[in-house]
Design a protein around this ligand. Sequence first.
Ligand code: ARG
Length: 466
Amino acid sequence: MEEKKGKQVLWAGRLEKKPAKEAFDFQASIGVDYLMAEEDIAGSKAHVKMLGDQKIIPKETAAVLIDELSQIDDELKCGKLTVDASCEDVHSFIEGVLTERLGEAGRMVHAGRSRNDQVVLDFKLYCKKRAVKIQKEIKNTIAVLLDAGNSHLNTIMPGFTHLQRAQPVTLAHHLTAWACALKRDAERFTDALSRLNECPLGAGALAGSTLPLDRNAVASALGFERPALNSMDAVAARDFVIELASCCAITQINLSRFCEDIVIWASEEFGFINLAEEWSTGSSIMPQKKNPDFAELIRGKSARATGNLTALLTLVKGLPYAYNKDLQEDKEALFDSFETLEKCLFMFSGMIKTAGFNAVAMKAACVGGFLEATDCAEYLVKAGTPFRKAHEISAAIVRACVKDGLKSITEMPLERLKTFSPLFESGVYELLTPQACVKGRSLAGGPAPEETARQIAALREFLTNF
Ligand code: ARG
């Protein structure tokens, strides 16, 4: 094992002694970057093809190398070849296998390349793959929310501010609010992806190469728009990593907020949601408990996303240009954010898909909190009262109701209402029911069923075109 490792170290020529095992293991990154094997191979294939085309290496050798790289790729995918964990990193592993199999030809692949540009290439390609997968999960989650919302366009529930019941809305309106946030999350990833469009290969360690590399050919072969403009920037910058970690963190924090609502809704006191038994847990001591653990865990896991983003910002703060080994720490943090978010989106949508909503409890919660007080004020505004005065009148009515033990403004007789304002007519009562409060809010963005249906349709159209 030790002997093999010595052979695979790419920088062995400079040092007479082999690194101490502990030192070698400490700086090795194969435990993390093995995940980018596919991307490393794709990058090598494009690089080698260009080396052949540019006559930097014989064309036939390039062809042989490309075939062998494809073979290695296939073997890794089917499990015939496994990553050698004793290698320093994925780059030396692939180059090592190539050299082991092809001898001298394998030793030609690294011409005009450094692991500094190679690792950024692998990372960018890998990020593209993972970001697109996350976008798919976000889209699926939006679809699940919209389906649930569509079945609850008329399910009235209290909307909250300060976690105090505020005004009646519908469950569809609430779920669509979550979907709107997720739409922006998906778009944010697209935006971040648009900045992954420059190929670092050809930047070398930091200052390019004296070899006649064709950077444009490599960039387009690998699906980039162009080569990175500046070789130092190409190997030193990690804002793309921070940006993606930020996209993950924002999405994760959104999920965390939704989950907070779910935890509250699942409480005995609220009883708005019945999480499926398969998506709940019990207590080891309290036989009566059915806990919303999955919502709590998604909320809890958002701490990782925040931590990873903070770690990445801290990692690059104060780093001199260009490459520093510190940057090796970038992958673990972002990979964890990717992994966590993908899993949490999957869990969240599964939880919502299987949940039952308690329309009776939601509607009941709209009674008794004077959620119609704003509508009462707006009734007076429509009759010509200045809003500030209407607000005072409605507040005075609420105070009187509380004093008299009335649960709603609609429980106050008309003659009494008229003592607060002569503008009240008998028609006011039917306008102050929770249903009427919702129906009356048909303004764009509002909770009126036909308006929320329009919002759902707009989001569905977004999903189709995204
Ligand atoms: N594992 C390294 C990383 O992730 C690869 C680049 C190594 N470059 C170097 N100069 N030691 O950053």
